[in-house]
Design a protein around this ligand. Structure first.
Ligand SMILES: Nc1ncnc2c1ncn2[C@@H]1O[C@H](COP(=O)(O)OP(=O)(O)OP(=O)(O)O)[C@@H](O)[C@H]1O
Length: 312
């Protein structure tokens, strides 16, 4: 039985401008013990899908099963199996950290949970904040508490909706270390993130959503194989000639140019030379998940066809 089964999920919002379809026939199964990534650009429908999974929104069509429990008709049972770390910081300002965790634990009917609460605090770098009031915590510390709250009832399935958006490197490392350990111990993890290098490093399998549809679904290693060609990467302070600027991914001084083959790399280099662009730290590398993502989103990836569920 899959840990999570999304079965033909569609969601239409009623807006002042008329109906808007945020999800269109999304079907995918996440198996027990997987570390699964849900990727997509802003507005693709990731949070909507997770809200439906968590019982916070209703699907217009289709159903979601959590270890066989329907999130609508068997809400309490399905919810107990999930630990959801929401994107937004929501918390009760009157509790201290330990009280907030005890309260959440009680909500799920788990009593005498202090040993696990202490372990959570220690693993999330919150041990010295146990008695701090929630109001006194920085944004990053509050996010750590949200993670601890989601895990306090030891759910078999952990759902992380952009948990590292805007958080510092230390928390990211602490969080990934801990979540990876929980995954090794058997917890299923569903992660949405815009940090594709995190998804590439952590997720065994990935689904990509675009405008409410699943447009790629495969093992991460298979997705990486679908990216064609190589990437010419270098640093420069100069402006690129227009022919290259159209193709390039530019992050600060770093320029990345996709190339199908060696001849195209030669063409890129010639265009740079003719334009008098001085480059540093040049390398030719294999495409990474970000390249695959961009190819999938632009409809030029081989991973789009055929779209098939890959067995574990
Ligand atoms: N309550 C709502 N009413 C109307 N439209 C909504 C509502 N909630 C979400 N949407 C729309 O549904 C689409 C999907 O939104 P969603 O938040 O699921 O995207 P996302 O993939 O999580 O994006 P992001 O990466 O920005 O978090 C968006 O176009 C959004 O504007």
């Amino acid at each position: 039985m899959p840990a999570v089964s999304f079965q033909a999920i569609s969601k239409t919002f009623v807006t002042p401008k008329g109906p808007f379809q945020a999800l269109n026939q999304v079907s995918l199964d996440i198996e027990e013990g997987e570390f699964f990534g849900l990727l997509g650009p802003n507005g693709a429908g990731k949070t909507t899908l997770i809200s439906i999974l968590a019982g916070l929104a209703r699907a217009t069509q289709g159903r979601v099963l959590v270890q066989g429990s329907d999130v609508q008709s068997d809400f309490a049972e399905a919810r107990r199996k999930l630990g959801v770390v929401p994107q937004e910081l929501v918390f009760d300002p009157f509790f201290n950290v330990r009280e907030a965790l005890r309260f959440q634990s009680g909500y799920f009917g788990v009593k005498n949970n202090d040993a696990w609460i202490d372990e959570l605090l220690a693993n999330l770098g919150l041990a010295d904040k146990a008695n701090a009031n929630m109001r006194q915590l920085s944004g990053g510390m509050k996010r750590r508490v949200l993670v601890a709250q989601a895990l306090v009832h030891k759910p078999p399935i952990i759902v992380l909706d952009e948990p590292t958006a805007g958080v510092d490197v230390e928390l990211r490392q602490t969080l990934w270390h801990f979540v990876a350990r929980l995954n090794k111990e058997g917890h299923t993890v569903l992660l949405t993130t815009h940090y594709l290098e995190e998804a590439e490093a952590l997720c065994g399998r990935i689904a990509m959503l675009k405008a409410g549809r699943v447009v790629a679904l495969n093992r991460t290693s298979e997705l990486l194989k679908t990216a064609s060609g190589s990437v010419l990467q270098f640093k420069t302070d100069a402006l690129l000639p227009p022919s290259l600027a159209l193709l390039a991914r530019v992050t600060g001084r770093i320029v990345q140019l996709p190339a199908h083959d060696a001849a195209e790399i030669e063409n890129h280099l010639a265009a740079l030379r003719v334009a008098g662009v001085e480059v540093q730290d040049m390398e030719i590398r294999r495409p990474d998940l970000e390249d695959v993502f961009l190819q999938v989103m632009s409809g030029t990836s081989a991973s789009n066809i055929p779209l098939s569920e890959v067995a574990l």
